[in-house]
Write a protein that binds this ligand. Structure first.
Ligand SMILES: *Cc1c(COP(=O)(O)O)cnc(C)c1O
Length: 375
């Protein structure tokens, strides 16, 4: 009999989900918005020490779109975006008919490279357009170089949208990821560190921006007894049922972070004696990663592919890193600033199973494949 398949990152129930869902059904709040959404936002605001305001949305992608709208990004504007990321970071730029300008990663955090960011900004300004926003991503839970990136953004007075979809629970110099940018974005998709089945959040530092986000997320209704619209709105508000799942999940957020960080130690122990693969780790204590996914770099693309196939043979999922946006058919015509760092990471990198529900048995199966492969 074949062993069960082990996946990269699956959702895990806390046990409170049914209660919150039942409460929503019983009170007939079976719609977008509602008491669970308000409570979920409050819980998140608490998590951010009430220094930020949080607006719940139906996805992380819609939260990024709302951030662009609130920053006034329009037709023909340019928006800088980390190239190495999930397409959801970049797609909303196109929803606004704006132009994505992609920037390479640096090798320490795999996130947006300060040198190339500044080169890109200078060149775009020289060509006549000051970028309207920068989308920087904390990939796999690893904080980007916050001080360096934000000082460049401040120097050129360009706001940052901080894509923290993979980094809830990560922090930089003790401050939580998602709270550095003009806007921060979270995702509660099923594969993230906690899930709402589907959902996202926009983090801001002003009540006014939160209210504007909710205004656009609920069809931009003017104050009137009839439906009156002076602006284009969206149906982006979080569902009250989903928020119930989110409320149940937030109870196990700390536990999930600890579990994922434990998985990281498990991998560290395996890879410490393996010269042909390098586990991706935090630079130093400033960079606290939730290790949403553990990732490794192999020496060649060929090795990476053979290891992936060896995992697959043992019914274990592993996956190449995010394919950089500037290499994607849909984005390759847009400007790119950088060298080959993101490309090389994509060729040689592999994501390993890291979900909070990995069992000891799963771990020993994973370990066996790795040790066999490198022996
Ligand atoms: C998951 C993810 C998103 C999008 O979130 P959804 O809730 O799935 O829309 C955006 N950016 C990154 C980096 C992600 O991993």
């Amino acid at each position: 009999m074949k062993d069960n398949r082990i996946y990269l990152s699956l959702p895990q129930e806390s046990g409170y989900e049914q209660e919150y869902i039942r409460r929503a059904l019983k009170s007939n709040w079976i719609t977008s918005g509602g008491p669970n959404v308000d409570e979920f936002e409050n819980e998140l605001q608490n998590y951010f020490k009430n220094e930020n305001f949080v607006a719940g949305s139906n996805s992380g992608t819609s939260a990024i779109h709302l951030a662009l709208i609130l920053l006034g990004v329009k037709n023909g504007d340019e928006v800088i975006c980390q190239s190495m990321t999930f397409a959801a970071s970049a797609n909303p730029i196109l929803y606004q008919n704006a132009i994505p300008i992609f920037v390479d990663s640096e090798i320490d955090t795999w996130n947006i490279c300060p040198e190339n960011l500044e080169i890109a900004i200078k060149d775009r300004i020289e060509k006549g357009k000051r970028p309207k926003a920068i989308i920087a991503v904390h990939l796999y839970g690893m904080p980007y170089k916050v001080d360096e990136i934000h000082s460049i953004a401040d120097k050129y007075k360009i706001p940052i949208i901080e894509d923290s979809a993979e980094a809830l629970g990560s922090s930089y110099k003790g401050k939580k990821c998602g709270s550095f940018g003009t806007f921060g974005v979270l995702s509660f998709n099923g594969n993230k560190i906690i899930t709402a089945s589907s959902g996202g959040a926009l983090i801001t530092n002003s009540k006014k921006a939160k209210d504007r986000a909710i205004f656009y997320a609920t069809q931009a209704k003017d104050k009137a007894t009839h439906y009156q619209h002076s602006e284009i709105g969206y149906n982006y508000r979080m569902s009250n049922i989903c928020a119930g799942i989110g409320l149940a999940q937030i109870k196990i957020l700390e536990e999930n972070i600890n579990l994922r960080r434990d998985h990281h130690l498990f991998y560290r122990d395996i890879f410490k004696d393996i010269k042909k693969a390098q586990l991706f780790e935090s630079l130093k204590d400033d960079f606290f990663s939730n290790y949403w996914l553990n990732t490794i770099l192999l020496e060649t693309k060929k090795e990476r592919e053979s290891l992936r196939l060896a995992f697959d043979e043992a019914n274990i999922e592993s996956r190449p890193l995010w394919k950089p946006m500037h290499l994607q058919p849909v984005f390759e015509k847009y400007p790119y600033y950088g060298n080959k760092t993101a490309e090389e990471l994509f060729e040689k990198g592999l994501c390993l199973p890291s979900g909070s529900n990995l069992t000891d048995k799963d771990k020993s199966r994973i370990k066996e494949v790795i040790l066999n492969f490198f022996k």
